[in-house]
Write a protein that binds this ligand. Structure first.
Ligand code: ZN
Length: 108
């Protein structure tokens, strides 16, 4: 269930945004938005690399609050806006994940 939400947001949101907001250049936009997934490469620095019970927000260097502030800044400039948007979608997806994780931990 949590995995479905996670990947639904990770891949579904970029597809929705690309095809809903940018009908003329959907594929280009989709490519840029999916580039936001690349920040998950920072998981490779962690030990263990993949831990389903771990919240990545605030844990991995590219998911830190400082990094998130940088992504928000990218939204302010036209040239980097799409990249920033892709990164924010990624952070949103990961945040939803953490939220569900917390709920599960409470037995809900
Ligand atoms: Zn992530």
């Amino acid at each position: 269930m949590r995995e479905a939400v996670h990947y639904g947001l990770h891949f579904g949101l970029p597809i929705l945004v690309a095809f809903g907001w940018y009908p003329r250049k959907s594929w280009l936009v989709l490519g840029i938005l999916l580039a936001g997934l690349l920040i998950d490469l920072d998981h490779l620095l962690a030990d263990p690399v993949f831990d389903p019970g771990r919240c990545s927000i605030g844990y991995h260097p590219l998911h830190s609050y400082f990094a998130i502030a940088v992504y928000v800044a990218l939204l302010l400039f036209r040239k980097t806006r799409l990249l920033g948007l892709g990164l924010m979608i990624h952070i949103a997806a990961d945040s939803a994940d953490c939220l569900l994780l917390a709920m599960e931990a409470q037995g809900g």
